[in-house]
Design a protein around this ligand. Structure first.
Ligand SMILES: [Cu+2]
Length: 466
């Protein structure tokens, strides 16, 4: 039974150990909080002497420098307002850490003792939760439950031993809906103590976040629940997302965290991969299966690994096609197959002077160069060596090349396909039309999009009346 006396003694013990921690931390000056506002991928931080690992690179981001203080590896995060270029043409106001969102990747080694200072420069309180990490309860960062919230202007310290290697995330557990919708998040990579375990040649990391920006604005709608329109990797959309270069024959790891409000089936072309770990730990080899798409659930990490054995520019993207589009593409009605003349007549009645578009699909829109509201990206964009790529959002490329230098992460440019290895047009007139049944492929007549009344078009389309 817990007597009052016992309780007081215990409380005193807790206070004494808390005091010990803070006097330890205060014994040395608070470490510098480096800052970086650039969306350019920063070079990986090589391991200090005595440690052996292949450092991670963060797409459009960086690794947080640290200092050693006795046996402690000390980091300093500053929660603050930031601006972020989502892609050239769109810069927004968000919250993040140390100058950008997502915050810098925290990188360390299993068995390290880490001390992480968190300074709150936001206008409201915050905390940092170490998602997936095995920490003492009082270091878990759940405001109100395991610690007081960190008030604006204050600095708190988290101290724990890194019990296991793997890939984790950090984010607030204070006013979560707002703070995550404003971009408060980052990744943690913990390497195995034994540098020969789970070794790769290239180790990429990014986190997925999603936003609702009304066209022309630069502040996200933080109360949005479902209708997001900017789908990002490290708060960037295609063509603003860094490519992932790999040398032919490299073993490549990609660590992906998801703090959006929906799942993302991430697909890699040209290779098969295995999911080697999650935020729960390493997946035993006997439980891994070959995949080309893996779903990254909400609030989870998936880490894929593959041998880069096929030269080329390989698309790497979310397979929800709305997530490879930017704003503006979500409220457009489907006019495919509608006769352009009927459509312009109807549009002219509703909105004189409006332009009929998209009657053959939406590919034209990538090339149309339509005027957009300021600070708004076209819904699909990007140009490749063969024309428009017609993507946006969560899309990038794994670029496999012979002979890249080991730590060279620069974009190697477009792949030069060996002669005769690209899909090509056949001359049908010369080869002769293939035989098809009469009428095959003729348009059956199209239903009009909901609510539109078109002269001369029967509701329900042609087939219903056969
Ligand atoms: Cu997605």
């Amino acid at each position: 039974m817990l007597s009052r006396r016992n309780f007081l003694t215990r409380s005193a013990a807790v206070l004494a150990s808390a005091a010990a921690i803070s006097s330890r931390a205060e014994a040395a000056a608070i470490p510098e909080a480096p800052t970086n506002a650039s969306a350019a991928m920063q070079p990986p931080l090589p391991p200090p002497s005595g440690q052996d690992y292949q450092p991670v690179v963060t797409l459009n981001g960086w690794t947080l420098p640290w200092r050693m203080n006795g046996e402690w590896k000390e980091f300093h995060l500053v929660a603050e307002e930031v601006t972020r270029e989502i892609a050239p043409g769109m810069t927004v106001n968000l919250w993040g850490y140390n100058g950008q969102t997502p915050g810098p990747t925290i990188e360390a080694v299993e068995g390290d003792r880490v001390r992480i200072y968190v300074t709150n420069k936001l206008p409201e309180h915050t905390t940092v939760h170490w998602h997936g990490m095995l920490v003492p309860n009082g270091m878990d960062g759940v405001g109100g439950l395991t610690q007081p919230h960190i008030p604006p202007g204050k600095t708190f310290v988290y101290e724990f031993l890194l019990k296991k290697s793997g890939t984790f995330m950090y984010h607030p557990h204070s006013d979560e809906m707002v703070q995550m919708a404003m971009g408060m998040m980052g990744m943690v990579a913990v390497h195995p103590r034994d540098g020969s375990l789970h070794r790769v040649d290239r180790d990429f990391v990014f986190i997925m976040s999603a936003y609702r920006f009304n066209p022309g604005t630069s502040l996200p709608q933080v109360t949005e629940m479902t209708d997001f329109n900017i789908w990002t990797w490290n708060a960037r959309v295609f063509p603003g997302i860094d490519v992932l270069p790999a040398r032919l024959g490299d073993r490549v790891r990609i660590r992906m965290g998801n703090l959006t409000m929906t799942n993302h089936p991430i697909h890699l072309h040209g290779h098969d991969f295995r999911v080697t770990s999650t935020d729960g730990g390493w997946v035993p080899e006997t439980a891994q299966s070959p995949e080309t798409t893996t779903d990254v659930p909400v609030g989870a990490v998936r880490v894929l690994e593959f041998l880069a054995d096929a030269p080329g520019d390989w698309a790497f993207h979310c397979h929800k096609s709305h997530h490879t589009m930017n704003a503006m593409g979500h409220d457009v009605k489907n006019f495919i197959g509608v006769p352009p003349r009927a459509l312009s007549q109807a549009l002219n009645r509703a909105a004189p002077g409006a332009m009929a578009m998209g009657t053959t699909g939406m590919a034209d829109m990538a090339e149309m160069g339509m005027p957009l509201p300021p600070n708004t990206l076209p819904m699909m964009t990007g140009t490749g060596p063969f024309g428009p790529i017609e993507m946006g959002g969560m899309f990038s490329m794994v670029k496999v090349r012979e002979g890249l230098a080991p730590n060279d992460y620069r974009d190697p440019g477009w792949y030069q396909h060996p002669q005769g290895s690209v899909a090509y047009e056949v001359n049908v007139a010369q080869a002769g039309e293939p035989a098809r049944p009469p009428g095959a492929g003729d348009s059956p007549g199209m239903e009009m999009p909901g609510g539109m009344d078109m002269p001369g078009m029967k509701p329900g389309g042609g087939h219903n009346n056969h």
